[in-house]
Design a binder for this molecule. Structure first.
Ligand SMILES: *Cc1c(COP(=O)(O)O)cnc(C)c1O
Length: 381
């Protein structure tokens, strides 16, 4: 069985975790800041705030920007639900802007069309690991006085015009779930150049309290103040030790993902009915996912999906457009017709296995299996 994504853990990762388990600090210790600094350096951002998962990171970002009832935040529909849910956590309204048909990234023209006097922010999603069109989005955000937030959970290590993802938006969100580029089990981070927002986020992840236990111990003080309602969104030191160890392997992981993508590109280049998503020349793609579109009446996605699963290849669909989920239909009156490009793409997309631990044999097996299904539908090609 080949999953669509999977973590890669080696002995150095295990040793890094064990070392922390033998130390004094399991949480709010030195590894948290060490991991934050390492990620901030890697993406070229001034500050990084680590939290318990990517969803918490999104929520923390919405809090830091002061999103609240009556505020609108523009989001793409082709993403994991958490991208929109974080707006709702704060009482705001997510507004869906359709995607570009070739990349399935949020379409800047659609963003502009959805801006109202209530709009406060735009959340972009670097879907599959392909950075969005940040120059255009930045120009639109600045012209309308909006915050630009990147849900970069797919794109650690990606670049746009040689600038790393993580430094392109006002707040940039990462997840360290096992299927993502590096893992801490569960974990997330926000990177930013804005010191004030970073400070607000550090308080929010710690119940809204202005100092943590270790800071108080160092200061020899018991006094603390809760200045706003926050959450316990802290990450542990052993998770951060794992993250640090994983981050050292990230360049190799990226190289492997890009080599697998290059092999898929080559294999699918002349296969009728299969269209890999477009990749813009100005980007360095991080390939969290390798997504193909089945663009033919002769290829039924459900059948394709089932045939591959029967062969032990656990392809997946990323994503059911968020505005089609019952929660959003019921609460916000979204539904079919709201984002037609995304809705059509959703019928055709399928994610082929992509993770650094794939062997050459796994990759060739995926190619041979997909091509044999195509052969059934396009005999003689
Ligand atoms: C994984 C992911 C999230 C959520 O991250 P968790 O760490 O699982 O909470 C949010 N947005 C996108 C696009 C993701 O892929």
């Amino acid at each position: 069985m080949i999953p669509y994504g999977k973590q890669y853990i080696d002995e150095s990762d295990i040793e890094a975790v064990v070392e922390v388990l033998r130390s004094d600090w399991l949480t709010t210790g030195p590894k948290v800041a060490e991991f934050e600094n390492a990620v901030a350096d890697f993406v070229g951002a001034g500050h990084a705030v680590a939290v318990s998962n990517g969803t918490a990171a999104l929520h923390t970002a919405m809090y830091a920007l002061g999103i609240g009832p009556g505020d609108e935040v523009i989001v793409p529909p082709i993403t994991f639900a958490a991208t929109a849910n974080c707006v709702v956590y704060q009482g705001g309204t997510p507004v869906f802007a359709d995607v570009d048909p070739e990349t399935l990234l949020i379409d800047p023209a659609q963003v502009e069309a959805k801006i109202t006097p209530r709009t406060k922010a735009v959340i972009t999603v670097d879907y599959a690991g392909h950075p969005c069109d940040y120059d255009t989005l930045r120009e639109i955000a600045d012209r309308h006085g909006l915050a630009l937030v990147a849900d970069a959970c797919h794109a650690l290590g990606a670049k746009y015009k040689d600038r790393p993802v993580g430094s392109l938006a006002d707040l940039n969100i990462f997840s360290f779930h096992p299927v993502k580029h590096i893992t801490t089990g569960e974990g997330g981070m926000i990177t930013t150049d804005n010191e004030e927002l970073a400070g607000r986020m550090r308080v929010f992840r710690n119940h809204g309290i202005t100092s943590d236990y270790r800071q108080r111990e160092q200061q020899g003080s018991w006094f603390y103040e809760m200045t706003d309602l926050g959450y316990n969104y802290r990450i542990t030191d052993f998770q951060c030790a794992l993250g640090l160890s994983q981050l050292r392997k990230l360049p190799g992981f990226l190289e492997k993902r890009r080599a697998i993508a290059a092999r898929y590109d080559e294999a699918y280049a002349d296969i009728p009915g299969i269209i890999p998503l477009s990749v813009r020349l100005e980007v360095f793609h991080a390939y969290h996912l390798y997504v193909i579109r089945l663009n033919s009446d002769r290829l039924d996605r459900s059948l394709f999906f089932k045939s591959l699963r029967d062969k032990g290849i656990f392809v997946n669909v990323h994503y059911i457009p968020v505005h089609l989920h019952p929660f959003y239909r019921d609460r916000f009156g979204t539904g079919h017709g709201c984002c037609p490009v995304a809705e059509e793409a959703y019928q055709q997309i399928i994610s082929i296995p992509m993770f650094p631990g794939m062997s050459d044999e796994d990759v060739e097996n995926c190619i041979a299996s997909t091509c044999s299904i195509i052969e059934l539908h396009f005999p003689g090609n």
